[in-house]
Design a protein around this ligand. Sequence first.
Ligand code: ATR
Length: 482
Amino acid sequence: MTRLCLTLTKKRLAENLQDLQTNKPDLAELRLDLLSPDEQKKAAAFPVQSPVPIILTCRLSRDGGAWKGCRTEREALLLEALEGNFAYVDLEKDEDSALLAAKAARQGTKIIRSLHNFNAVPANLEARLEEMALAGNMVKGAFMCRGCSDLLKIFEQAASWKKKHPLGPELILLGMGPFGLPSRILAGKMGLYLTFCSCEGEEAAPGHISLGTLRNLYRAGELGKNSQVFGIIGNPVLHSRSPEIHNPAFRSLQMDAVYLPFPVDDVKAFFKVAEFLKIRGFSVTVPFKEKVRSFLVKESPEVQSTGACNTVLGKAGASWQGFNTDIQGFLEPLTRILKAGETLKDMKTAVIGAGGASRAVTGALVQSGCSVTVFNRSPQRAQALAEHFSCSWAPLETLGTSGKKSFDLVVQTTSCGMKGKEDPVPAYQFSGREILYDIIYSPPETPLMHRAFAAGCRVLGGLPMLKAQGQAQFQLFAGKNK
Ligand code: ATR
């Protein structure tokens, strides 16, 4: 179990108090450097008004804070604030004021020794943290993660600290930036004392998550050593809606498990993280659906036929097996929209795009007996895909041009339309008889879907597919299909 510590970022103490009352964290950090100058002087009165213990911090600009004054001014301000009943004071590794240390000791305020690095995880990390432990009651390190290898260093360090110091001093250790995000969510699993978070929409440091998201979506405060880890890898991946599907599902089964995004720079480095955390399973999204295959010991027939893997299961962080639930996810909403007596067999189908997503879609449609033509901007990619699945292909600009047959089903698999304005086939006129299936889920209605609706077509967006593939994936994660 870890504590959710809210970083208070408002200029006025009353506003910060309001944030505390609204958010109800386990503890909070009052940032003197973010308070307006008149309020800084009144900080000593804050802890008695607060319902939770408070950490006093005056973060220097070199450490990502807003304090730009001189050292003696800062010392004086901290000494004045320490008159209040703060639970902790955060002092940097090189802050060697004897006055501050003595005052903290007199007041019963514990010292958190902190070290920040906004470029990298420092070399000889262990030695630096050990040094800090000699001068404080607790140790904090916050380091920029430049990729999965840095994230692994954070996890390894946290684990070795717990082994070496089972009775304390406690450690706070976090990776900053997108690659460090898992360390913030998994602090409880790593046995770390707390994890910092922000009020909604107010990121106080690179990669801070809101308290609501940490508590309600990830249940970060409830995770412990034995919690099972699941996730999604991709780049980018922080926009993924999959945590909203899997976390509530784990909760409904009362499983001690969490599903979180892992931004990945290098798949090999991620697999080391996965082994270390003994990840049980993860979803795979762009651009890794093909790259993960070389790490699998076993592949389902769907992975073999599409060449893409969107789900990986592991046994204690090894023996990785690959599955593809995109096919099932794609077909389920489509078969639901068919009229009585209508079948996919022999349906004349145009697939727009010839990338990874198209591969799964085209494979699923060919297997279902559709008569498929792949249309793509780069004709050679359309040709290669069509040859793989023994179907037809044509250049994208020929879709809907006179002389070409009309289609019963048009499936849009490119990313064109995600930004809300573009249409991959602006010249294509819907007859109103086709089904249009655009697998983009954000925005929920693309310009192409809008045109198809207006023409009277049956229209499907990507959200039902996302949900259906997610449900199939969850069956695998929860062990229902093993
Ligand atoms: P994914 O795995 O999401 O399918 P991908 O493998 O990079 O991603 O493939 C992207 C697909 O979208 C390709 O078919 C690409 O066409 P090209 O092969 O010609 O690049 C298509 N695509 C992307 N942007 C497009 C656009 N603006 N108009 C038309 N097609 C587009």
